[in-house]
Design a protein around this ligand. Structure first.
Ligand code: 5RP
Length: 230
């Protein structure tokens, strides 16, 4: 296993050990690091037979179902006991960029309604400021895709409409039926101000800026983990 996969695995194992017997409703995010967590859950499935999972994407729901776990629709959640997800970037204030897998709208909803939010990342996700390595994903109603794209360009932002790889030609449409615009930053900006600017544009459904939505971030390295907490 390469260094990054070892780091992801260690972060996932650490988060797995934070799931308590009292955690009955467990929210699970999306991505390759979360996939490692799901594999660990699957290897211990007898412990989780009576638990209810809430998934932030169809992909995660299918993976959880493949182990026979109960998956509750996100439209029925009241409160989630613990939510575990990955991230694309993590700054020193525990703010994050998410949405590399275009699942950020549901991920933010699950994080918001959770009592405890834990993120698992490998060491490459640590940045000095948000936007240093990854663009900020913006989910947009397909009906407003070009107007929003145009508006952001006119405001001076470098933006690209996210296109799919193999399996679908053209624009990515998320599980929540939105298109995604990626906004590339070439300098440090105030993430709260940027988020407000973006959310004020009609047609924008949500952004991948996760501000104040983390209680713990577990950063995996090849042989240890670092835990950031509030
Ligand atoms: C999906 C996400 C993922 O959590 C994020 O992209 C990290 O994924 P990975 O663990 O594969 O690096 O936000 O929308």
């Amino acid at each position: 296993m390469d260094e990054i996969n070892r780091a992801k695995n260690l972060a996932a194992k650490h988060a797995y050990n934070m799931i308590l017997p009292s955690h009955n409703i467990i929210g699970i995010g999306t991505g390759s690091t979360v996939e490692k967590l799901i594999e660990i859950l699957g290897a211990n499935k007898e412990v989780f037979q009576d638990k209810v999972f809430v998934a932030s994407s169809l992909d995660t729901a299918l993976k959880l179902r493949s182990y026979g776990f109960k998956v509750l629709s996100t439209s029925m959640i009241d409160e989630i006991d613990i939510y575990i997800d990955g991230a694309d970037e993590v700054d020193r204030d525990m703010n994050m960029i998410k949405g590399g897998g275009a699942a950020h709208v549901l991920e933010k909803i699950l994080a918001y309604y959770s009592k405890e939010r834990i993120y698992i990342v490998d060491y490459t996700k640590k940045v000095d400021y948000l936007g240093q390595k990854h663009p900020v994903p913006i989910e947009v109603l397909p009906e407003a895709l070009y107007p929003v794209y145009n508006k952001l360009s006119r405001l001076g932002y470098k933006v690209k409409i996210r296109l799919s790889g193999k399996g679908k030609y053209g624009v990515v449409i998320s599980d929540t039926r939105g298109a995604v615009i990626d906004l590339y930053l070439d300098r440090q900006v105030d993430p709260v101000k940027l988020d407000n600017i973006l959310l004020n544009i009609p047609g924008v459904v949500g952004t991948g800026l996760f501000i104040g939505l983390a209680d713990k971030i577990i950063i995996g390295y090849s042989d240890h983990v670092e835990v950031m907490e509030k």
